[in-house]
Design a protein around this ligand. Structure first.
Ligand code: HEM
Length: 183
């Protein structure tokens, strides 16, 4: 269904996904580790937000991921997804509490069921901010995410954050993917 939220409408709601998989360098294990995770996401619609003649409709979102039966999530994000129906621009702005902010963007059709967003360190519009320690030791040089809204009332994402890490001579692909079902 196309409405003011365009391709974001299929993401509205509360979601769980048990089949997440993270690939990251673990400092405690000193190795690249694949970590399965449980994720809980909430996406609340709002809008319009007016910037002069621009009218944005968005989702207020929170997500958190847990491994096994740990009490505290090992990764969280808060932020907004935004849609500009006049231009077809789709945005995801969020904070990772490691001291990282991301504004990723792309273009999509209003009725798209799959779309992508990207941000690059030093990018003009879609960019990444990070703290001084991370800039030195584990810099997020790019972020790419693809979203697919599935026919069975689930949605999936695949994302890759390229990290320039002190441990590796070449950029390292920190990846995450999951499928979320409505609760
Ligand atoms: C589902 C999403 C994500 C999960 C589950 C996740 C999880 C993790 C884990 C487990 C580590 C390893 C920490 C350690 O043991 O040392 C890590 C490291 C890191 N993540 Fe993520 N991450 C996610 C998304 C992101 C995103 C979107 C960014 C940035 C745009 C990011 C940036 C980093 C950085 C910079 C580090 C390295 C920290 C360091 O080495 O000091 N992550 N992440």
């Amino acid at each position: 269904m196309a409405n003011e939220w365009g391709p974001l409408w299929g993401l509205v709601g509360d979601w769980h996904g048990e089949g997440g998989l993270d690939t990251a360098f673990s400092h405690s294990r000193n190795q690249v580790l694949g970590t399965p995770y449980l994720e809980k996401v909430t996406m609340k619609p709002f809008g319009p937000v007016d910037n002069g003649s621009q009218h944005l409709y968005g989702l207020d979102y929170k997500t958190a991921m847990w491994r096994n039966d740990e009490e505290n999530p090992f990764h969280t994000e808060v932020g907004y997804w935004l849609w500009d129906g006049a231009t077809g621009e789709v945005l995801r702005g969020f904070v990772v509490p490691r001291g990282i902010t991301v504004l990723a963007g792309g273009n999509a059709a209003a009725d798209a069921t799959t779309f992508s967003m990207a941000a690059d360190l030093g990018g003009t519009n879609y960019t990444i901010g990070e703290n001084q320690y991370l800039a030195d030791k584990a810099s997020s040089i790019s972020y790419r995410v693809s979203i697919t809204v599935n026919a069975d009332d689930t949605w999936s994402y695949e994302e890759t954050t390229m990290l320039k890490m002190a441990e590796f001579p070449e950029p390292f692909a920190h990846t995450d993917h999951n499928t979320l079902r409505r609760v």
